[in-house]
Design a protein around this ligand. Structure first.
Ligand code: V47
Length: 389
């Protein structure tokens, strides 16, 4: 697939060389990333990202039917950006029993969920044995569900409470039903930002080491970036470059998911939070810089369904998901819903002129949809926002 000479003629002298690299499939440099992250025309950056997306992954947009289960919000560390984690004596603290987790899992799977995304805080009291036992119980109740569980930070916590090596922790969890690892806990890799927003948290090197180890053990994972706190454009690009280098080494990342910072109820509540421009910018620059990541995922819970939909023209090819119940963002003031109907996701994708495909966690297509809304569904009133001609 070639370039677009009309697009090239609209680009200025800073973006034109980047356009030529994108068309030639060449890797962008750190400096290119900073240019993209700061260029006054977000629209032009978005067009480059849309071109890169089309060349690399085509017009299909993935979504999945998933459920988030936050097994506990009790957390031994206190990151300034987080409203979810609570000390064990807080009135907002909770820990689900394994029976409650299994009940939530069953309910979600009965409604079509193929993925259970389960994360929590760094619980100071739960013993290590609880975690594989919990996975085994969920897997026994829902054998077909993919268990995407535990951030790199939780996994390091497990090594401390178990005395096991990281490999042993991962292999034990894998044996108990762990299917892959979500991308949380990455925040921004730059030490200056980590010091300011999540001082007690592990370093970038430690986060990357967990994903490296997981990939080498055959587990796939995702990568995130929390944006809109105190990071500079250069620190965002540094984060992307470090993810790209890790992917070159171990190859197991499936998706990059930028996470919009929500300030409410956090110790960074004085910050204004990111803008819509930031939301689209990080998706676009993520697509352009991460040439070895197949999927750029828009998390509508964090950014809003409207931004997630528009992001499909700024480099994204994946929308997360039906979700169901969400705590991390809603405790930090997110006003988005906690669940979206499948039909609503389809509408968002079709209206953006793209082709929906329901996927499982490892991006196998479960159901293909036509390029246009199905006239029978429209006639039946099942696709909101569409009327029959
Ligand atoms: O690690 C916490 C972030 C992450 C706030 O892998 C906050 O498919 C904004 O990682 N404002 C958890 N962000 C969520 C996450 C995730 C979400 C969707 C899909 C996947 C995936 C992963 O949420 C945390 C942290 O970076 N976070 N508090 C806050 N106040």
């Amino acid at each position: 697939m070639g370039g677009n000479s009309l697009l090239e003629r609209t680009l200025d002298s800073r973006l034109a060389p980047i356009y030529r690299k994108v068309v030639a499939g060449q890797r962008l440099t750190f400096d290119d990333g900073v240019t993209l992250m700061t260029h006054p025309s977000l629209f032009a950056v978005g067009q480059l990202a849309n071109l890169a997306r089309r060349m690399r992954v085509g017009d299909r947009v993935y979504f999945n039917n998933n459920a988030h289960i936050n097994y506990s919000n009790v957390c031994a560390i206190h990151c300034k950006f987080c409203a979810f984690g609570q000390s064990r004596r807080s009135s907002k603290a909770y820990t689900l029993t394994i029976e409650q987790i299994v009940a939530k899992a069953r309910e979600a799977v009965a409604k079509g969920a193929t993925e259970l995304h389960m994360v929590g805080g760094l619980h100071p009291d739960l013993p290590w044995e609880w975690y594989p036992e919990m996975l085994r119980a969920v897997k026994a109740a829902c054998p077909g569900a993919h268990l995407k569980c535990f951030t790199a930070i939780e996994l390091i916590h497990f090594t401390r409470i178990s005395g096991l090596t990281l490999e042993q922790v991962l292999l034990t969890l894998k044996e108990a039903g762990l299917g892959s690892i979500p991308g949380g806990g990455a925040e921004i890799f730059a030490p200056r930002v980590r010091e300011a927003i999540c001082k007690p948290k592990e370093t970038a090197e430690e986060w990357l080491h967990v994903h490296d180890t997981a990939h080498r053990l055959g587990l796939r994972s995702n990568a995130t970036m929390l944006y809109g706190t105190v990071e500079t454009p250069e620190e965002r690009v540094d984060h992307l470059v470090r993810l790209r280098e890790q992917q070159d080494r171990s190859g197991g990342f499936q998706a990059f998911i930028p996470l919009r910072f929500h300030p409410e109820n956090t110790n960074l509540g004085h910050l204004p939070g990111p803008t819509g421009y930031d939301d689209l910018r990080v998706i676009a620059v993520g697509r352009l810089m991460l040439d070895n990541f197949p999927h750029i995922k828009s998390y509508w819970i964090a950014s809003s369904p409207a931004i997630a939909q528009v992001s499909l023209h700024f480099g994204a090819n994946d929308i997360d998901g039906t979700v169901r119940e969400e705590k991390i963002y809603h405790m930090a003031g997110a006003r988005t819903a906690q669940y979206t109907e499948l039909q609503q996701l389809l509408r968002m994708i079709w209206e953006a002129g793209r082709i929906p495909a329901e996927r499982n966690t490892v991006y196998e297509v479960i159901r293909e949809y036509p390029a246009e809304p199905d006239p029978d569904l429209v006639a039946a009133g099942a696709i909101r926002g569409y009327t029959v001609e």
